[in-house]
Design a protein around this ligand. Structure first.
Ligand code: COA
Length: 329
């Protein structure tokens, strides 16, 4: 049995935060942000809604697109680093809102690799014949953990997410073909949110020290990202005896345009073979890849039988690439 994507959708909030608006909030400027990152604006969900709100919107789009009833779902996987609450899993809120009455579900925290890890996890349940329909969601409300006085982070991240329906198929050639994943815990101190977990539970002290906000060492992450993402992306091509010429589209994690360009170059891909939308949304963490995939689908950038590579890196450090043969017309 093969695991194929039969529907893909996304949701981003309406509210736009532009570089010009950020200029009024921190010591930065549009030229610096665009030249260093490629980002022009990002979306912000607002205080009264959590991550599950966006997850549900994206999943509803996919259910409608594929003419699927929520109670047909066997499993809901939500990849997120910004759950609505620490307990229960965001998947529980999504299950309730969708009224998906015949499924189980859980969250996956692999930061920016969340969606690609979740897709691979879901593919196992399909390939073994255990399940037929799995909703795989990648979504983050990064604005909930951003210090809008920290120019190192507030210019980069945004809110949004996407969802894919993974189904079983008898067509041998289509769907998830292979993946290569890595986890390198030596990077844990370079990109993190320290407080709010069991090591540093919320306290006046953690709030005073701003430990609930995301911290990053941008320079070190940049170098690691280019190396790690290129490595897994090139390896998956070599392992499957493919070259840049065989790949129709790279859907990379949208963290920084310079990282994307460097990875694509090392893979032997020209810009027209790379899905890029970072200028509109910034880095939505687990959301970037399904949002990009959904927009690529809307723009008819993929046809049935095309080789697609998804690749990502994130906090952990996590990194990974997934090769699939596109199954939709
Ligand atoms: N606006 C203006 N200036 C800024 C700035 C901002 N938002 N942020 C930093 N600067 C300043 C720095 O203070 C530094 O000034 P100095 O030379 O006087 O010390 C200068 O700009 C250069 O900073 P530097 O950190 O060297 O810039 P950079 O070219 O490495 O770009 C990032 C910074 C964060 C854009 C880049 O390192 C990056 O994208 N890293 C990866 C981050 C990432 O992807 N995180 C998510 C992982 S999933």
């Amino acid at each position: 049995m093969r695991a194929i994507i039969t529907g893909i959708g996304h949701y981003v909030p309406d509210n736009i935060l532009t570089n010009q608006e950020l200029e009024k909030m921190v010591d930065t400027n549009d030229e610096w942000i665009v030249s260093r990152t490629g980002i022009k604006e990002r979306r912000i969900l607002g205080k009264d809604k959590g991550t599950s709100y966006m997850a549900v919107k994206a999943a509803e789009m996919v259910l409608e697109q594929t003419n699927t009833a929520a109670d047909e779902l066997d499993l809901i996987l939500v990849a997120t680093s910004t759950p609505d609450m620490l307990i229960p899993a965001t998947a529980a809120f999504v299950q309730k809102k969708l009224n998906a009455t015949n499924c189980w579900g859980f969250d996956i925290n692999a930061a920016c690799c969340g969606f690609v890890y979740a897709l691979a996890t879901a593919s196992q349940f399909i390939e073994t014949g255990k399940h037929n329909k799995i909703m795989v969601i990648g979504v983050d409300k990064m604005s909930a953990i951003i210090n809008y006085k920290d120019r190192n982070t507030c210019i980069i991240f945004g809110d949004g997410g996407g969802a894919a329906l993974l189904e079983s198929s008898n067509e041998d050639e289509l769907g998830v073909e292979d993946y290569i994943f890595r986890l390198d815990g030596s990077g844990a101190n370079l990109l993190n949110v320290q407080a709010g977990g069991s090591l540093f539970p919320a306290s006046h002290e953690t709030v005073d020290k701003k430990m609930h906000y995301i911290f990053q060492d941008g320079k070190k992450i940049f170098k690691y990202a280019v190396t790690a993402m290129s490595d897994v992306s090139i390896k998956i091509m070599e392992k499957n005896r493919l070259t840049g010429k065989d790949i129709k589209l790279l859907i990379p994690h949208q963290a920084n345009l310079r990282i994307i360009d460097a990875v694509a170059k090392k893979m032997g891909l020209t810009r027209d073979k790379v899905m890029i939308n970072i200028e509109k949304y910034g880095n939505t963490t687990a959301g970037t890849i399904p949002i990009a995939m959904s927009e690529a689908y809307q723009k008819n950038m993929m046809s049935k039988g095309d080789w697609i590579i998804i690749s990502s890196f994130g906090a952990g450090f996590t990194s990974g690439s997934l090769l699939l043969k596109w199954a939709l017309d």
